[in-house]
Structures are given as structure tokens and as C-alpha cells.
Design a protein around this ligand. Structure first.
Ligand SMILES: Nc1nc2c(ncn2[C@@H]2O[C@H](COP(=O)(O)OP(=O)(O)OP(=O)(O)O)[C@@H](O)[C@H]2O)c(=O)[nH]1
Ligand SMILES: [Mg+2]
Length: 443
């Protein structure tokens, strides 16, 4: 546990900017424009294949972007993608100048079996935040490791972070095989990768490891290590990364990340659907932060830059809402099936309090501590106390220290939809002080 938490430090640090959750903020920047453009194109989103979110992670310069381009090339040959060359993935001027990925790029392609949204992540240590944003939505990942270097610091860090944000399955692509003459070297890289996967809780022995050259595939050279290996890789991705289990049958729920208006059409709320399914023209209820709820209809839905007839768990989507003013909506409100949400004020949390080295507090705190709590996309003032069964004397004197694991009762002023198993972040004065999980609802 401590090692895992230590590895999370860069991530947790990024959380400590006031009033922004980096995952959401950067998601927002990247995604607002496509929503607006979507309704201009009037294309419709086709859902006849299972949709899976994946992407490339791994150390800087190991070949993630080259591999991403090579995949689109190979799939384009079969009519399953539009070919994106290297320069249209790393397209920002600074990316081109420095020859590294900075922002994540979203790439769409298909196999015979599935439809993929692929996020090409940056490997450079300075852009870990963007990597986490990308990985947070992945159902599985391809970790790219250059045979010429073997595993490097961000190979390890990315694996750990992927684990922390909930990625369950990994496929390994050992790249730059064209530059290696010694087969023993390749065996060693594979063995070390399997060990590393096991260290971070992935199934190291069973994980598919494909060895090839993304550059050869991209440049139509040596097909036995080029395009053949891209086919093998995608086969492994199709087979090893399971169909994501989405909560499609539960009542619809989306926490609003951003709100904007589209001239002539109305107000759009965007976010990632947590569960359930929503059809166009369906009734919904918008519940938020103690305000009265708004009942309305969804008049249009946008996914992957196209208009869609439904949104479902796992989709990043924009919902066009009937007769709702932009000012009526705020980030943190929840769009849900009418009557499906129960709001609560008091619940038990199992907390990990960050140490000083992890960017947390330097000193401990007592009962009745009042920081901010981040729930889904909302933030609320919270009062933390010890569980009632703790003797009075002990409650008074007990101090929670940085680095502790502790059970505490959280009480918020405005009732909010809270559920067992939900993750929360606790922050104070612009820094993350604790992370936790809801273990019991009290009131
Ligand atoms: N020899 C060889 N070079 C490769 C191969 N794949 C990629 N490269 C080269 O490695 C360098 C880095 O490739 P990128 O695809 O930009 O690496 P990256 O992992 O996306 O890098 P960041 O996104 O900045 O972390 C480029 O010069 C590529 O041409 C390969 O299979 N063989
Ligand atoms: Mg790259």
C-alpha cells in the first residue's frame, strides 16, 4: 500500500489545485469543441459493435505514437479506420518541435469484433497528469516498451497509475525489435515486464506480450515484425481485454462536468455516463446540491462527435436539454432517471490521510475537522467526526496523523446522492489531504 500511494503522489498533487479536478478539467478542455461541432455534422453514431476504451502508455520515446499511427494504418487498409499519420497525432507545434507527445490524442478505429476509442498518452514525466486523464477512461491499455531500453521509470509509473485509476487488463507491446539482434535480450525484456506486471497486481504470467516494430509497420517494411505484429496485437487486445461491464440496466446517472449553450439549439450538459441508458426524448431529473430538482427532457445526444439516439454507461456524452437555461445548471449536479436518486447527509468513510511527502498535511487533525469533500464532479463542505461507538474520552484526545488509515463519519449540509463504494477526495486549502471510500450510509 505505501508504495502504491507513493507512486500516486504526482497524481494527487495535480488534484491539489483549487477547485479543479484535473481529470475533469482537462477532459473538458479537450471535449467541449467536438460537442459543439457534432450537431453541425448531423452524422449519427453507430453502435453495432461493442465499444471499448483503450490506449497506449509507457516511457517517453518508446514508440506509443508510432504504434498508434501504425494501428490506424493497418486498420485503414481493411476499411476499419481512417489512417492518421504520426504528424496528425502529435500535431501541436510544441509536440512537433520536441518530437514528444504532450496532450493525449483520441483516435477511433475498429477491428472485426469491436469499436475502439484509443487514447495515445504522453510518456514524458512532466505530462503525467495528461496520461492519468487518458488512462482514467480506459477499459484496458497497451503498454509499449522499447526492446532497446527495456523498462524505464515511466514504464513502472504508468503501470502503477493505470492500476490506481482502475485499468484491469494490460497488453504488452515490446517495440523496436528491428533494432535488436540478440534474441536473449528480447527474452529478458519480456521476463522483466511479466514480473513488473505481477508487482502491480496485473496477471503477469498470462498477459499477452507481442514483439514487433511499430516503425516497420508504419513504413511497410519487414512485415514479419511489422504489420503481422499489429494484427497479433489487436487480436490480443480483442481477446484479453474483456467486454467492459457497464451498468446498463441500472437507472441512468451522469454527473455534470461542464455546461455550455449552442446558439439556436439550447443548453448542453456534458459528462461521462456512470450507469444506465438514456434515449432521446426521455424524461430526466437534474438534482443538485440541495437545490430543487429540475424535470425536463433530453432532446438530443452527442457521442464521439456524432448525434446518437442513446447514451449509455461508459460514454462521454453531451445532452441537449429542453427549456433549461445555462445559468440553471452547474458542474456537480446530477442528471438521472426521475426519482431514482436518494440523497444523504451522513455516511461512514474509510480514509487514507496523505503524508507530508505525498503533498498532504504536515500536522494531524482532531474530530470536527471541516475540509471540502469532492464527490463525483461536486464539492461540498464536510464535517468529519469519529464513529459513535468510540468512547468519549478517546474521541476528544484522538488525533489523526498524516499517513493514517481511519474510519470517520462525514456530514454534509446539503443532501447529495451518495452510495456505498463511492470514492471521495478530501481537500483543504488547495491540497489533497485524504482519499477515501464510502462504506456505510447513516442518514
Ligand atoms: N527503430 C525503431 N524506432 C522506432 C520504432 N517505433 C518508434 N521508433 C522511433 O522512436 C522515436 C519515438 O517514437 P514515438 O512514437 O514518438 O514515441 P512515444 O512513445 O510516442 O513518445 P512520447 O509520446 O513522447 O512519450 C521516433 O523517432 C520513432 O521513429 C521502431 O519500431 N523501431
Ligand atoms: Mg507519443
Amino acid at each position: 500500500m505505501p508504495a502504491a500511494i507513493r507512486g500516486l503522489t504526482p497524481f494527487l498533487r495535480t488534484l491539489s489545485r483549487p477547485h479543479t479536478n484535473p481529470l475533469q478539467a482537462s477532459f473538458r478542455r479537450q471535449n467541449a469543441a467536438p460537442f459543439v461541432n457534432a450537431w453541425r455534422s448531423y452524422a449519427s453514431f453507430d453502435r453495432n459493435k461493442t465499444h471499448v476504451n483503450i490506449g497506449t502508455i509507457g516511457h517517453v520515446d518508446h514508440g506509443k505514437t508510432t504504434l498508434s499511427a501504425a494501428i490506424t494504418k493497418r486498420q485503414a487498409d481493411q476499411g476499419l479506420a481512417n489512417f492518421l499519420d504520426y504528424g496528425s497525432i502529435d500535431k501541436a507545434p510544441e509536440e512537433r518541435k520536441r518530437g514528444i507527445t504532450i496532450a493525449t490524442a483520441h483516435i477511433e478505429y475498429q477491428t472485426e469484433k469491436r469499436h475502439y476509442c484509443h487514447v495515445d498518452c504522453p510518456g514524458h514525466a512532466d505530462y503525467i497528469k495528461n496520461m492519468i486523464t487518458g488512462a482514467a477512461n480506459m477499459d484496458g491499455a497497451i503498454i509499449v516498451v522499447a526492446a532497446s531500453d527495456g523498462q524505464m521509470p515511466q514504464t513502472r509509473e504508468h503501470l502503477l497509475l493505470a492500476r490506481q485509476v482502475g485499468v484491469q487488463k494490460i497488453v504488452v507491446f515490446v517495440n523496436k525489435v528491428d533494432a535488436i539482434d540478440d534474441p536473449e535480450m528480447l527474452e529478458l525484456v519480456e521476463m522483466e515486464m511479466r514480473e513488473l506486471l505481477s508487482t502491480y497486481g496485473f496477471e503477469g504470467d498470462e498477459t499477452p506480450v507481442i514483439m514487433g516494430s511499430a516503425l516497420c509497420a508504419l513504413e511497410n517494411k519487414r512485415p514479419e515484425i511489422g504489420e503481422t505484429k499489429i494484427d497479433e496485437l489487436l487480436k490480443a487486445v480483442d481477446d484479453w481485454i474483456p467486454d467492459p461491464q457497464r451498468d446498463l440496466d441500472k437507472p441512468f446517472l451522469m454527473s455534470i462536468e461542464d455546461v455550455f449553450s449552442i446558439a439556436g439549439r439550447g443548453t448542453v450538459a456534458s459528462g461521462r455516463v456512470e450507469r444506465g441508458t438514456l434515449k432521446r426524448e426521455e424524461e430526466i431529473e437534474i438534482v443538485g446540491k440541495g437545490d430543487e430538482s429540475i424535470k425536463t427532457k433530453v432532446t438530443d445526444i452527442e457521442i464521439f462527435k456524432k448525434s446518437a439516439d442513446r447514451a449509455q454507461a461508459g460514454d462521454s456524452t453531451g445532452l441537449l436539454l429542453r427549456s433549461v437555461r445555462r445559468e440553471d445548471l452547474r458542474r456537480g449536479m446530477i442528471v438521472a432517471k426521475p426519482g431514482s436518486l436518494k440523497a444523504h447527509t451522513t455516511f461512514m468513510l474509510s480514509l487514507y490521510v496523505l503524508s507530508k511527502d505525498e503533498g498532504g498535511r504536515h500536522k494531524g487533525f482532531h474530530e470536527n475537522y471541516k475540509p471540502q469533500m469532492y464527490l463525483r464532479t461536486a464539492d461540498e463542505s464536510v464535517t468529519l467526526t469519529f464513529p459513535e461507538d468510540m468512547p468519549r474520552e478517546e474521541r476528544k484526545s484522538k488525533m489523526v496523523m498524516p499517513g493514517d488509515n481511519v474510519e470517520m463519519v462525514a456530514e454534509i449540509f446539503h443532501p447529495a446522492p451518495v452510495e456505498i463504494g463511492q470514492r471521495v477526495n478530501i481537500r483543504e486549502g488547495g491540497r489533497t489531504v485524504a482519499t477515501g471510500i464510502v462504506t456505510r450510509i447513516i442518514k
